[in-house]
Design a protein around this ligand. Sequence first.
Ligand code: NDP
Ligand code: KPL
Length: 316
Amino acid sequence: MTKDAWLVVGNGAIGLLWASKLRQLEQPVTVLCRSDVPNGMLTVEDLDEEGSQQQTQYDVEFITKEQLEGKYTKVLLCTKAFDLVDAYLDIRKHTKKRGLIATLCNGLGAQQDLIPHLKKQQNLWAGITSEGALKLDSNRVKKTGNGDAFFGLLAQSESNLYGDSFPYPDVQCHNIERRLLEKLAVNAVINPLTAIFSVRNGQVLEDPVKPIFEAAIDELANVMQLDSFKFKTMVGDITSEQLNMRIANVARLTAMNCSSMYEDVRHNRQTENEYISGFFHREAPNASAPLQDAFYAALNDQAHLEEHKKKLLAMH
Ligand SMILES: NC(=O)C1=CN([C@@H]2O[C@H](COP(=O)(O)OP(=O)(O)OC[C@H]3O[C@@H](n4cnc5c(N)ncnc54)[C@H](OP(=O)(O)O)[C@@H]3O)[C@@H](O)[C@H]2O)C=CC1
Ligand SMILES: CC(C)(CO)C(=O)C(=O)O
């Protein structure tokens, strides 16, 4: 049986937020939950045009893996990077062979790891978002920051049901690898700094974190311009000033948000370090990213975060 509903995998902050966005388009939405499966409607807290808090409810279906049936043509995977491949494998037999699979996760690496597991005619749409969202409950999310979202084709088959059109308005782009790398740079600066210094996103623009924030941006712009950086052709034209404007803008727009990495550290959960600073730790040529190396080491050694913090402050 073919299922026309979107299957959103993961009732985390982004899964719930995107379930509501898809539902706003009058599309039926099923949300697959790994653990706590809610009974009620999906509730989204947001500010209205006057800046007052408002709550909107959406009728989406929440299910467990055991309740999955039929084959979905449109799947949106909203897990953390380290869960992406397993989440797809969990639902693979419930996906249409010519359907589309979309991802919305930070970091780089997991999306590419997914490609060999796809059915031959499935298209992979990689997505990114700079919106901020906080999960309040298994069916309740608060929008904590405005931002944009983009989806682009990372793997394409000619006989896919949706061809090269993404069935959500105004998010499609043709240079998704560049967007993923730009977003990776945003996350490689904001996320580790907020997590290591226990601050909200906006505070990376204030002392004592600001000098490290600026040095981290200069470092990334420099890495992107190195001839020996594998991805230079995609992002080598981005200047340090442009990167600074972009990252500072995200920090301002999501100023009150705790980044997803800070949330993970606070709740003793696995972080996406491997797919964020870990990416530069592996890919930046000849130790050209000492700050990313230091962030990577700090987040892999959370028992000694205070010492790592002092070392970073002493360096800048
Ligand atoms: N929150 C934010 O403001 C932003 C987040 N992002 C990125 O978006 C991605 C998602 O983030 P976020 O929503 O915050 O993360 P969360 O940890 O809140 O949500 C991830 C969800 O995926 C679920 N999950 C994992 N594996 C499976 C599976 N096999 N089947 C079903 N569900 C599964 C988890 O289930 P369980 O509850 O059991 O752990 C969890 O509910 C991340 O890459 C994040 O970095 C990007 C921009 C902003
Ligand atoms: C855009 C930002 C920084 C929003 O908090 C994010 O992507 C995250 O928290 O992972």
